[in-house]
Design a protein around this ligand. Structure first.
Ligand SMILES: Nc1ccn([C@@H]2O[C@H](COP(=O)(O)OP(=O)(O)OP(=O)(O)O)[C@@H](O)[C@H]2O)c(=O)n1
Ligand SMILES: [Ca+2]
Length: 500
């Protein structure tokens, strides 16, 4: 045996399996270190929290959001941890007893204190945004609206959180932040598929928001955003008085056609209410809103009889009249002389869109024609039959679903000019990945700068992928070490024997 042969036998590096095992270990270690450096993320996430109060016209909700502290600039990371519905009506209903507006928040805010870990309290921002109910109160009586806001502010400041203000948000903010919420939760800002529009139907106002490539003819209805490195031109409009409760007042006012010499003998035969529905109502209580103006104060003292006749076709015809389509100063309008480009893409419809359609069991799997048939059948159902069938549903809601469902279809079709295809592209939603759809999340993301204009640097891998890869590589190293040990120790091959 020559010298070269002897070297080969004595030097274990010359054995291919040892060489392979060592190279495997080295490569695995290099990959692991590189990924760990790029990933640069602790395994135990620390969570941060934020609180938003949605002071709506019909009720107030307190939302608690949470997100991993290290990932706050990534889309889809903030989620709803908890929601609490404040007992009673919206804060605008306390216009004559403002101190009660603040008191009403106590239960839900106490719950927030328990839900959020104590050491995070002082850094948790709290925002209150009031919507159409307070916009209407401000129009009616500015001082009353200031007092109500002062009362909720005083109450919120007694909590250990970081109070950031209570204000009436604009209809444009309400629409735009609802759109941000929907697209943030669906992670559409990073997808090539584009964004979806947002439809919000509240008690007092309604919003439509979508990306449009058309020329924006009215600057008030247009907002430009740069989010995660993409530019978006949004069309958004909020219709005050066209929420589900206020539009019912507009409709009833039109049905009654107030006359100067009105008495208590007025009977309203209403196609949007069920046969057998027969309730005495007070003009004052029905028409207590700046949205309806045709009743004089003396007329409001009277009562009227509200009788249902359950006729969907007539109901639909009557509802159409709440949309004024006789003038349009732009190239195209939705209604009431409001500019609107043609709707485009998919839509997520939430709040009362969902409550009403969910009750009626109408989805976008039904065609528009089928949806109308379902409503027709519902509207003609006698009132007594309905009450027996749904003993747990609040009577006020139950009585109004025929009107509200018909209004929703008319708002989409006659108001926003949705075609049967646009209807198919519209989903009625309550939540997206367990977080409620609405303006609050978008509002908080904006105020805490959690939606950057440019795409933030993202980790190489999602957390799950990172953990899996590290595990596989660790196993590979262990296997290589074991193999290496075995082959190092074992005398192998005939060459060895020959030496001995
Ligand atoms: N399970 C429910 C809950 C609410 N509603 C009704 O749906 C409407 C809208 O509710 P919401 O979206 O909560 O309206 P607000 O936010 O209070 O009103 P706005 O946004 O106009 O200020 C209200 O008439 C409310 O009474 C309903 O029909 N069924
Ligand atoms: Ca609302």
């Amino acid at each position: 045996m020559d010298e070269q042969q002897e070297m080969k036998v004595k030097n274990p590096w010359h054995r291919p399996h040892i060489f392979l095992a060592t190279t495997g270990i080295a490569v695995a270690i290099i990959i692991m270190v590189s990924i760990a450096v790029v990933q640069n993320k602790p395994l135990h996430q620390k969570y941060k929290y934020g609180i938003v109060l949605d002071a709506g016209s019909s009720h107030t909700s307190v939302y608690i959001y949470e997100w991993p502290a290290e990932k706050e600039n990534n889309t889809g990371m903030v989620r709803q941890k908890h929601a609490c519905s404040v007992k009673g009506k919206g804060i605008s209903s306390y216009s004559k007893t403002p101190e009660k507006a603040g008191e009403s928040l106590k239960e839900c805010m106490d719950e927030a204190k328990k839900t959020i870990p104590k050491h995070r309290h002082h850094e948790t921002p709290v925002y209150l945004g009031a919507t159409a109910g307070m916009r209407l109160l401000k129009m009616e009586n500015d001082v009353d609206s200031i007092n109500v806001l002062a009362s909720v502010e005083k109450s919120l400041q007694t909590y250990p959180f970081s109070y950031q203000g209570a204000r009436i948000i604009t209809g444009q903010e309400e629409g735009a932040f609802g759109w941000i919420t929907v697209n943030y939760l669906s992670e559409n800002f990073r997808k090539a598929t584009g964004t979806e529009g947002a439809l919000d139907l509240g008690g007092a106002s309604t919003q439509i928001t979508f990306v449009s490539g058309q020329k924006m003819e009215s600057p008030d209805d247009s907002i430009d955003f740069r989010l995660y490195g993409n530019d978006y031109r949004l069309y958004t409009h909020s219709f005050l008085c066209y929420g589900k409760d206020q539009v019912l007042k507009l409709y009833l006012e039109q049905q009654i056609q107030p006359k100067p010499n009105m008495t208590d003998n007025i009977i309203l035969e209403d196609p949007c209410f069920h046969p057998g529905y027969n309730v005495a109502k007070n003009f004052q209580s029905v028409f207590d809103s700046p949205c309806v103006k045709k009743f004089t104060n003396s007329q409001k003292e009277h009562n009227f009889r509200h009788r249902g006749i359950g006729n969907w076709t007539k109901c639909n015809e009557a509802i159409k009249k709440v949309f004024n389509t006789s003038h349009c100063r732009y190239s195209r309008c939705s209604f009431n002389d409001v500019f609107q480009p043609p709707v485009q893409g998919k839509f997520g419809a939430f709040s009362a869109y969902f409550f009403v359609m969910n009750f009626l069991k109408v989805t976008n799997y039904h065609s528009l024609v089928e949806a109308k048939k379902i409503l027709d059948a519902y509207c003609t159902t006698p009132w007594d039959t309905l009450k027996q069938k749904h003993p747990d549903v609040k009577e006020k809601y139950l009585a109004e679903y025929c009107f509200s469902g018909t209004y929703i279809i008319s708002l989409l079709e006659d108001g926003y000019k949705f075609t049967a295809d646009d209807w198919k592209n519209t989903k009625f939603i309550k939540t997206i990945k367990d977080s409620e759809a609405g303006w609050t999340l978008g509002y908080m993301l904006n105020l805490t700068n959690m939606i950057p204009a440019e795409a933030p640097d993202t980790p190489l891998l999602p957390h799950g992928g990172y953990v899996s890869l590290m595990t596989v590589l660790s196993l590979l190293i262990i296997v290589c070490i074991i193999l290496g040990c075995i082959f190092f120790r074992r005398p192998s091959g005939p060459a060895h024997k020959e030496i001995i």
